[in-house]
Design a protein. Structure first.
Lengths: 167, 190
């Protein structure tokens, strides 16, 4: 596997934290001071391929790292950002979570422009998503014990191939 | 959206309130808590007993969803671990569904902690933004700045030290990353 990020993980380049399933490295081309990138140790090209348990642990670890940024690098805020897919700005073939400390006038702007959206269009989109999500909602509601793992089956007509892979 | 608070509260009242009462007041006046309970209508697409997802009525793109815990947490750091893990799995599922149902080519998952980071609401929101070719969204293209090796090592040391202060479990001053073992780091983070 020719993954540059797997190499960095193997070499523990600029290591901040690691455990059995995840590893956090300081970015060597940071968006700002203290920009940390959190990876699953096991190679996954996109987040959908990361097992639920690992992904949940990643979110939790990202939170702990972001709290640390508040105190350690004097951040006034933090952003947690996942760029999932090339079209979304994913730059490497290894899924990751960015933790970016923020300060006033740091030159970063992650604010998007809003698009005009007619109410009918919103309602159409709402119905499409609601319909696609209804089976999952039902599954979770039928769970008797909340502490049990919810296993969500892969959709048969999953159009993952639309996500371009990094060559 | 303009939202009027349920009761008139004067500054005098606020001064006399305990932190718990203030928190309760904030919760009562939180638009997103009212969206959660259905008191204020929304374009809801998903809900379970812990969280819910609605369409953003001022979206960045088609299918832009706001995923939120039903319980009132102002930001990620205040959210309990089990809720965070549930939100993670739900966000992944919403992302996958947006791609499949709307023929998106990718998604951005974005959280802003603090106004400086772009937080606009007093309630934790995880944005799931479907992406399409030529959608004109450029704000998630992170700049790449050059950084000297010494600066990286310096920041590494600060962050490793910071791990100790966050957890307040360190009895002695933590060492730099060259000296600290991975086991110690792991222990500190737990």
């Amino acid at each position: 596997m020719n993954c540059t990020e797997c190499e960095k993980i193997k070499n523990k380049q600029n290591l901040i934290y690691e455990d059995d399933s995840v590893i956090a490295l300081l970015s060597n081309k940071p968006a700002g001071k203290g920009h940390v990138i959190l990876y699953p140790k096991e190679h996954s090209p996109i987040i959908e391929k990361i097992p639920d348990e690992t992904f949940g642990h990643m979110f939790d670890t990202a939170n702990k790292i972001s709290v640390m940024c508040f105190k350690a690098v004097g951040a006034e805020g933090t952003n947690i950002l996942i760029n999932n897919g090339i079209t979304a700005g994913q730059k490497t073939g290894h899924a990751s979570i960015n933790i970016i400390p923020r300060k006033e006038n740091d030159g970063l702007n992650m604010q998007w422009q809003t698009i005009t959206s007619q109410d009918e269009d919103l309602t159409t989109t709402q119905l499409m998503l609601k319909e696609a999500l209804a089976p999952k909602e039902e599954e979770i509601k039928q769970e008797v014990k909340p502490e049990e793992e919810v296993i969500i089956p892969e959709e048969e007509n999953y159009q993952l191939k639309q996500l371009q892979r990094v060559p | 959206m303009q939202y009027m608070p349920e009761q008139e509260v004067t500054e005098e009242d606020l001064k006399d309130m305990s932190p718990e009462q203030l928190a309760e007041l904030q919760k009562q006046n939180c638009l997103f808590c009212h969206l959660a309970s259905g008191k204020v209508p929304s374009k809801i697409v998903y809900e379970d007993n812990i969280c819910f997802a609605i369409l953003d009525i001022n979206p960045a793109s088609k299918g832009h969803m706001l995923l939120m815990p039903k319980e009132h947490y102002v930001m990620f750091p205040q959210t309990p671990e089990d809720v965070i893990k549930h939100l993670a799995k739900t966000a992944k599922m919403l992302s996958r569904t947006a791609i499949a149902a709307l023929s998106a080519e990718g998604t951005n998952i974005f959280i802003a902690n603090g106004p400086v980071a772009g937080q606009k609401a007093p309630h934790l929101i995880i944005h799931i933004i479907p992406r399409f070719p030529d959608d004109g969204i450029t704000c998630f293209e992170l700049p790449e700045t050059d950084i000297k090796d010494e600066e990286i090592t310096g920041t590494q040391k600060i962050l490793a030290h910071g791990l100790g202060t966050v957890l307040e479990k360190v009895e002695e001053k933590p060492k730099g990353p060259e000296e600290i073992t991975l086991k110690e780091l792991e222990k500190a983070l737990r």
